[in-house]
Ligand binder design. Structure first.
Ligand SMILES: C[S@@+](CC[C@H](N)C(=O)[O-])C[C@H]1O[C@@H](n2cnc3c(N)ncnc32)[C@H](O)[C@@H]1O
Length: 301
């Protein structure tokens, strides 16, 4: 199959990703990072499976993802939660999905992450804005899975800047103490290790508004992809789970945020998107400055 466009490090295909992944050799990919259509009650124009059918819809993709991953590779899956139609109750579909990925496909859960998006709109209006009996749902789930319990990972690649308090501690040093919780705090706690270890909460808005991708799509009279994730998401996991020259694949690529971030970090990438116009327009991203210098993309690590 011919790519719809390619760059020095990657190839984007307009295809059904299930068929496409079946053509890839086993054990050839370092990281699969993706955000598939969620099981939303109010469906997006690109199609979403229903909550009741979601697990069965997704598992064939998951089987292929596990087959094409290297043994020390990772699968990072971003899914949003959903509400039960007609009731102020949460759907359990994403928990069912996680259990099936581990119990039926054989993935290991390395860690759950939460993406906190402060800019999320309050919804569903009936329960949150009108009756005021629920609050704003502002987090999405990110499941970090792997075929084996010890995938390649290095948290020193995603350190945060120390807080002012920690900087003071490092300067001053600390004595060996015991916390009320029973934790022993040794003097080495205040050693400078280059930054603080990040939590499993990633805070970033989805506020890309000024990019070449957005402006050029509008100029063409094309719809901007309605469900892009911020560059900070793929950036965090690509940094922590891959090294230079590794290959990152996104089977539900949309506007190809993943490929664009991978390219700017020196990783090879493969993007697969079923919709012709989204796939074509995603090439516009590569006119944008590399992600490290992009503005408005949320926290960059
Ligand atoms: C949530 S969006 C991904 C957005 C992407 N993360 C971004 O930042 O632009 C999911 C995408 O999956 C695509 N899709 C759905 N089923 C697919 C399939 N079987 N093969 C390839 N793409 C598919 C949809 O057209 C949609 O663009």
């Amino acid at each position: 199959m011919q790519p719809i466009y390619s760059t020095s490090l990657g190839e984007a295909y307009c295809a059904d990703s299930l068929d496409f992944m079946r053509s890839l050799p086993a054990g050839s990919i370092d990281l699969v990072l993706t955000s598939p259509p969620y099981a939303l009650h109010f469906k997006k124009e690109y199609g979403n499976a229903d909550q009741a059918e979601y697990v069965e819809w997704f598992l064939p993709f998951a089987e292929e993802i596990k087959r094409i991953l290297k043994l020390d590779g990772s699968f990072v899956l971003n899914v949003g939660g959903a509400w039960t139609p007609g009731a102020p109750l949460r759907s359990l579909y994403h928990y069912r999905l996680l259990l099936a990925l581990c119990d039926r496909i054989g993935f290991n859960l390395c860690q759950e992450f939460f993406w906190y998006n402060p800019a999320k709109m309050p919804a569903p209006a009936e329960w949150v804005n009108v009756r005021r009996i629920r609050v704003k749902d502002s987090v999405e789930y990110i499941f970090w899975l792997s075929p084996t319990p010890n995938p390649k990972a290095d948290n020193t690649q995603v350190l945060h800047e120390y807080s002012p308090d920690m900087k003071r501690l490092i300067k001053r040093g600390i004595k060996h103490t015991k916390r009320p919780s029973g934790h022993n705090i040794k003097g080495t706690f205040a050693a400078d290790k280059g930054g603080s270890i990040p939590p499993n909460l990633i805070e970033c808005g989805n506020n890309e508004s000024n990019s070449y991708y957005i402006k050029a799509s509008k100029r063409r009279g094309h719809k901007i992809h309605p469900a892009r994730f911020p560059a900070a998401l793929p950036q965090f996991f690509i940094k922590m789970l891959t090294t230079l020259g590794d290959t990152v694949l996104d089977p539900f690529a949309g506007s190809n945020t993943t490929g664009w971030v991978a390219e700017s970090m020196g990783r090879r990438w493969i993007a697969i998107e079923r919709d012709q116009q989204y796939a074509e327009d995603s090439g516009l991203r590569f006119h944008d400055a590399p992600v490290e210098s992009a503005n408005g993309q949320g926290t960059l690590f």
